[in-house]
Design a protein around this ligand. Structure first.
Ligand SMILES: Cc1cc2nc3c(=O)[nH]c(=O)nc-3n(C[C@H](O)[C@H](O)[C@H](O)COP(=O)(O)O)c2cc1C
Length: 364
């Protein structure tokens, strides 16, 4: 499936397959590939805190198989794989024909057949975001070389607010620093409250959702275009590739519905010879094009569907209603682990647009 204009990203494998990986087409010859940076970015999405994250531990060692000559791309397909080492298929054998509510199981079994292997979530698993992060890291690093910085952080967990661009100005350093705390929260003040909530829900066999915000600094004016060429659509389509993402908003987002034009409009001023806006309710995009102000988006992540609490489902073979208790290893809160994947998805969309529109993106 082709989402981008210049790049083509094929993610392959499955949660409990021998390996997962990515084929990346369209990275121009001569692009610097910093393997250590790619590895460190992939490591950011690993289980973040044992108290609430999955007990499945994987090394996630990234192996590049083609497309790189020394430390630059050779213009061919960049192929990278990660071996799955910690696979426990038995975890799912007792629920093989019983779809987990709000996971991909039911539509996948109807579409691909009852024997389709969904252990560990199959190709719908959050684990598939590791290869996404490989591609995203290459995009992010290349954008940074051009002075464009993509940073995401956790803004809310289950109603506990952890900082938001809607409440205060969030600068590049603020957003960057969110990496250095285990929840990837913008502000740490309420982090203990969020931990307690996650732990409480875990002990009750439940899970919780949250929100991630992503900011992009240093964008030129005018990337994107009208209608189907708009940046909101392009970025959202990429971000919705991250499992469990159910909403993407730009700037003031859904709250625009209750604002007046006089409150919502971002008025202009000159800062030296640069045109800026006093507010940034439109989130750095107007008419589908970047305005030169920081791009801001908020992503809602649903609670982990696999919960230990008893739920109602159906046995697709016996054709009867049943109750279900899910064993296996699941995060009670996946939000912090989705931060790097969101950053990766946003970086890829912008890198693709930049490759299309900025001729010198890869000048050497
Ligand atoms: C990093 C990450 C880890 C995830 N881990 C789990 C998990 O352990 N258990 C689970 O049920 N869902 C997990 N998910 C969510 C499911 O993959 C997702 O809800 C499911 O594929 C259905 O897709 P949808 O929520 O986009 O509709 C994870 C998602 C991400 C991004």
């Amino acid at each position: 499936m082709k989402l981008f204009d210049v790049l083509s990203i094929e993610i392959f494998g499955a949660s409990h397959a021998e390996e997962i990986g990515v084929n990346i087409f369209g990275v121009p010859k001569g692009t610097k590939i910093d393997k250590a940076f790619v590895q460190s970015f992939v490591d950011r999405r690993k289980s973040v805190k044992e108290a609430f994250s999955t007990a499945r531990r994987e090394d996630d060692h990234v192996m590049f198989e083609s497309g790189i000559n020394g430390d630059t791309s050779d213009g061919g397909v960049i192929r990278a794989v990660i071996k799955n080492t910690n696979v426990r298929r038995g975890d799912y054998s007792n629920i093989k024909h019983i779809p987990r509510p709000s996971h991909a199981d039911y539509p996948a079994k109807v579409k691909y057949g009852l024997n389709y292997d969904l252990s560990g979530g199959g190709m719908f698993s959050g684990r598939m975001t590791a290869p996404l992060c490989i591609a995203g890291a290459i995009a992010k690093a290349e954008l940074e070389r051009k002075g464009i910085y993509v940073h995401a952080y956790v803004s809310e967990i289950g109603g506990v607010r952890l900082g938001s661009y809607r409440e205060r100005e969030v600068g590049k350093e603020d957003a960057e620093n969110a990496v250095y705390n285990p929840l990837f929260a913008l502000e740490k003040e309420n982090a203990d409250k969020a931990y307690s909530l996650i732990e409480k829900l875990k002990s009750e066999g439940d899970s919780v959702g949250g929100a991630i915000e992503c900011l992009v600094f240093g964008l030129p004016v005018g990337l994107g275009g009208a209608l189907f060429c708009g940046m909101e659509g392009k970025i959202s389509a990429s971000v919705f590739a991250v499992p469990a993402v159910k909403a993407v908003e730009f700037g003031a987002g859904v709250s625009f519905s209750s604002l007046r034009g006089s409150e919502a409009n971002d008025e202009y001023y000159f800062d030296g010879d640069k045109v800026k806006t006093y507010t940034n309710n439109c989130g750095g995009i107007a008419g589908g094009m970047t305005t030169g102000m920081p791009l801001k988006l908020r992503v809602s992540v649903k609670p982990t569907p696999s919960i230990a609490k008893e739920q109602r489902s159906v046995d697709l073979v016996k054709k009867e209603n049943v109750t279900l208790k899910i064993c296996g290893r699941h995060d009670s809160c996946i939000v912090p682990r989705a931060v790097a994947p969101v950053e990766a998805a946003v970086a890829l969309a912008i890198y693709d647009e930049a490759l299309k529109e900025i001729n010198d993106i890869n000048e050497n």
